[in-house]
Write a protein that binds this ligand. Structure first.
Ligand code: NAP
Length: 429
């Protein structure tokens, strides 16, 4: 049987999950891949660290070169995280003719096109199924069984931390800070949750999804991105009275060659399949011109779900070793250029606006007229009378451009028709 040696970079959450699956299901994996797959060395930052996994101590090392230069190692599995060091190791591995598997969304979103190109030139595979939505095999699905489709839309709940927080705010009546603390206690949020709660993590994943689905690279920094830190419990409650759930969505839509994309807290109608995706779960809603609508659902993080995707990639690599790679290399992204697709960032959307309005006659009429002046039509209005001097008034607006909305809001605030704009949220239409 063919021997395939793996150099694992990292033995943290995902490294441990990957090692566990490779050892637990060794017989099945060798049957599936036609290879004996062994982890030969593991890079860690501290070999003496106490670990809750049984790994022979002699295969641990802090010397990356001893792995990257080892001629017996066929596959480098990068699971250290971060950008610069991981990018350097992946590049070195490719240049030395080694196949690479990674779960690192930050590296793929930042350096993906360059690394994929380099891998192609060096005739090695660079697989990264675990970089988007952990255990959900969305990348392989788009590259293989769905490769015959032209994709028109992808909408995802791709960050388990924020979905957990929003679910707790919705179902268990928690304020944002309490829900975040609970997520940290349960291991669903990191000590520094900034990348998750500000939407950066979701933007990395959307960047990768757009590269695979539409063949275009949009720098994650250029994706209009809003996180969930300013979400108030009151808005979640008001939205539910209109029949909506609040989710952090990462979306991209190709309408007649114009690609629109965003990461944003968004109200989703309770009847939409994404509305029932709760807690740490992830989901992706995909539309292809041939297949129609598809929904993928599962665990987007955690040692074992993420390890499942990493091991799947290792098996794909093992199958290729010793064969003519080009026959079995997953299809490259459809080579669309910026001339084929017009990248225009944030799309037209329906909006939810929460105003604080003084209890004076005619206020609502003036606000509604201001919207009308800017060509914005109103789907519904709700006034929450609390017997106070100022009351919340919620508008759900039909599709409009954000620029048009901002102009209408300027007219409303300049003329003091309302006391305050409490919040503005997108509504999925
Ligand atoms: N956690 C998830 O559920 C999840 C899901 C999807 C994707 N990912 C991605 O998977 C990757 C790994 O995440 P993780 O949660 O497993 O991270 P982690 O728990 O922090 O583990 C990182 C591992 O890498 C080692 N390491 C870090 N920097 C190193 C360096 N410069 N030199 C040598 N060793 C180094 C650490 O060594 P020590 O053990 O000695 O400290 C540790 O074993 C990241 O790219 C992440 O975005 C994670």
């Amino acid at each position: 049987m063919k021997q395939v040696n793996v150099g694992l970079l990292g033995l943290g959450n995902v490294g441990k999950g990957t090692y566990t699956i490779l050892t637990k299901h060794a017989d099945k994996i060798s049957g599936m891949s036609g290879s004996q797959i062994d982890v030969k060395k593991i890079l860690v930052s501290d070999v003496n660290k106490k670990r809750d996994i049984d790994v022979p101590k002699e295969i641990l090392t802090t010397d990356a070169e001893s792995i990257l230069c080892d001629p017996d190692i066929d596959v480098i599995v990068e699971l250290i995280g971060g950008i610069d060091t991981a990018y350097f190791y992946i590049k070195q591995a490719i240049l030395r003719g080694k196949h690479v598997v990674t779960a690192n969304k930050a590296v793929i979103a930042t350096h993906g096109p360059e690394l994929m190109d380099l891998a192609k030139k060096n005739r090695v595979l660079l697989l990264h199924e675990a970089s988007v939505a952990g255990g959900i095999p969305i990348i392989t699905a788009m590259l293989k069984p769905l490769a015959g489709n032209e994709f028109t839309e992808i909408i995802g709940i791709v960050n388990g931390t924020t979905n957990y927080i929003l679910t707790q705010m919705t179902e268990n009546n928690m304020e944002y800070d309490t829900a975040l603390r609970l997520a940290q206690e349960k291991g669903f949020a990191e000590a520094d949750p900034t990348s998750d709660v500000e939407g950066e993590d979701a933007a990395y994943k959307l960047c990768i999804l757009m590269l695979i689905a539409f063949g275009v690279y949009v720098d994650p920094k250029d994706i209009p991105c809003e996180g969930i830190t300013k979400i108030a419990k009151a808005d979640i409650d008001f939205a539910s009275q209109f029949g909506y759930k609040l989710k952090l969505l990462a979306g991209a839509k190709n309408t007649n060659g114009r690609l629109k994309y965003y990461v944003s807290p968004t109200l989703v109608a309770e009847s939409h399949p994404l509305a029932s995706v709760n807690n740490e779960f992830n989901a992706l809603f995909v539309k292809g011109d041939a297949v129609g609508e598809l929904m993928f659902y599962g665990k987007g993080a955690g040692p074992m779900p993420t390890g499942s995707a990493v091991v799947g990639d290792i098996i794909s690599v093992a199958k290729c070793i010793g064969t003519d790679l080009l026959d079995v290399t997953p299809a490259q992204p459809y080579p669309v250029t910026e001339d084929d697709l017009e990248l225009i960032g944030e799309s037209k959307s329906m909006f939810y606006i929460n105003f604080l309005v003084g209890d004076e006659p005619g206020s609502l009429g003036k606000v509604s007229t201001a919207f009308g002046n800017h060509g914005i039509s109103i789907q519904s209005v709700m006034q929450r009378s609390q017997g106070e001097a100022a009351v919340p008034v919620i508008y759900i607006l039909h599709e409009t451009k954000r620029k048009q909305l901002d102009e209408a809001l300027k007219e409303i605030t300049d003329n003091n028709f309302v006391q305050e704009i409490t919040s503005i949220l997108r509504v999925l239409s």
